[in-house]
Design a protein around this ligand. Sequence first.
Ligand code: DQQ
Length: 600
Amino acid sequence: MALFSSSMRVWRSVLSFIVAGLSYGVYHSTEASHHYSHQNIHQTHSLFSNNQPYRTAFHFQPHHNWMNDPNGPMRYKGVYHMFYQHNPKGATWGNIAWGHSVSRDLVNWAPLPLALSPAESYDINGCWSGSATILHGQGHSNKPALLYTGVGPNQKQTQNLALPLNLSDPFLRDWVRSPLNPLIAPTSLTQINATSFRDPTTAWLPHDGFWRILVGSQRRDRGIALLFKSKDFVHWVKAKHPLYSAKHTGMWECPDFFPVFINSTFGVETSTLHDDHFRLKHVLKLSLIDLAQDYYLIGSYNVTRDSFIPDKGFEDTELSSILRYDYGKFYASKTFYDDSKRRRILWGWVNESSAKKDDIQKGWSGIQAIPRSVWLHKSGKQLVQWPIKEIEKLRSKNPLTWRSKVLEAGSLLHLPGVTAAQADVEVTFKVNELAEKAKELKQIGGKRKVTDPRSLCGEKGGIGPFGLLVLASKGLQEHTSVFFKVFKLKIDHNTTKLVVVMCSDQSRSSLNHENDLSSYGAFLDVDPLHQNLSLRSLIDHSVVESFGGKGKVCITARVYPTLAINDEAHLFVFNDASSNLNVTTLTAWSMKKARVNSIN
Ligand code: DQQ
């Protein structure tokens, strides 16, 4: 702690800054753009010979150049495949092709040649997002098929099929387009907007023998998940009604639709509609282009009517109450079913928060979040996500471990012996009766209704903030703060309720203010009186992925410290509640580097 005695002096001002920064809502819009206009070609900056403080050590990213959406994830002949939207010619969006990598453990990845790149008139302006389906039934035995959006002249979007050239190659190196492409094209008859028609889902096959897929679309400001059916996977017919649509949500990109078990953490194969042991619900995920945010609905799928009825839909509530996989930077996500471990795995694109010129300078842009197992919480009200178990093999053998330690009010404790720029930290706080002291925020009869949790991150009073200070410089000029706060909300004249917010504050993450320093926050559905508050953060140079309440809330942030890089980065746990708190457990691991798409 000696090293940080001067840090303690600045600690108070740091905390007041956390609060000030959040309450003024430092929500910038700088981020790597992926708007569909120009074809970017840049000379890639000489990589890895120079300074690369923001290169990640265990997140998926291509060797160089641009990446956005995850495409067609699957497991075939014991090999995991990851395709991704890629600009092979530059570090910004353009020339979109399908990059391809393979792995046996979802942690270490080997790069392969592009799986698809613009070649035919219908995809000459880009091979955009799509999904993999492992064809089964009807004479197929485990044959992978890729459906993707081709962008042709005038940005016309069509849905296309590609199949492996050689099914005995577990790496599926070569893909052949169907001679019948485009399989689904917008026509005046179908009333589909030709420039808003993209991102086919993984197909599912109910007992009636008709494959189904969804394609994202929009009509005026109504987001639409169009439904198509096919007997042979080649001839597709639009269903009379979309599976689901909602006003005022804009274009829906990258829909995803899958079943989940009620009361089990196992994943469910995408075509399964009934199970002898567990009942099922369905999840529909939509990527809202206007917000660059992924929202999901839990509901019931009726296969005879081909309808999806969400338990709580966009029409029933305001957008801020619709569930999100991640309340930070996370978009265009996609799941797949991993039959080897009976789990459903979620991939999501984490964009840069830096200026375009910096992306060009560093020669790359875009990472994927650590793949997460996803299942329905036992309450049935939300999903739970947790980093895949395999990532734990990168943890060092000798973590820093605390058991039951008092964290005094106003304290900031350094966590020594951990490579703070490349770490995995799990901490659990016991709040209990302290929560009763939380400030009461009046909702009813008061001046406002608290709907945006981000506004509470910066609110004075309440219990907290307490949490982790990550990627912090020695003098704390730079740090990213991931924390909880507990408030008492007056619901009506007789009822008060304790609410927990989880926040990730990037306002002081970098001295370079050209970066997007937006802060994020979300309500965490945990009862602080009876349950401990747990937080896990995966820290990897320029990304902080945090999981609150054992995966009930996830927040991912991109940060670009100028001082707190590599060995100059530090890690702290802090408590700015007015009373002492108990840390019941804390474990902090240094993380090893994974082999991700290295080419030597
Ligand atoms: N990215 C792709 C589109 C998709 C968008 C283009 C989502 O297919 O709608 O690169 O980020």
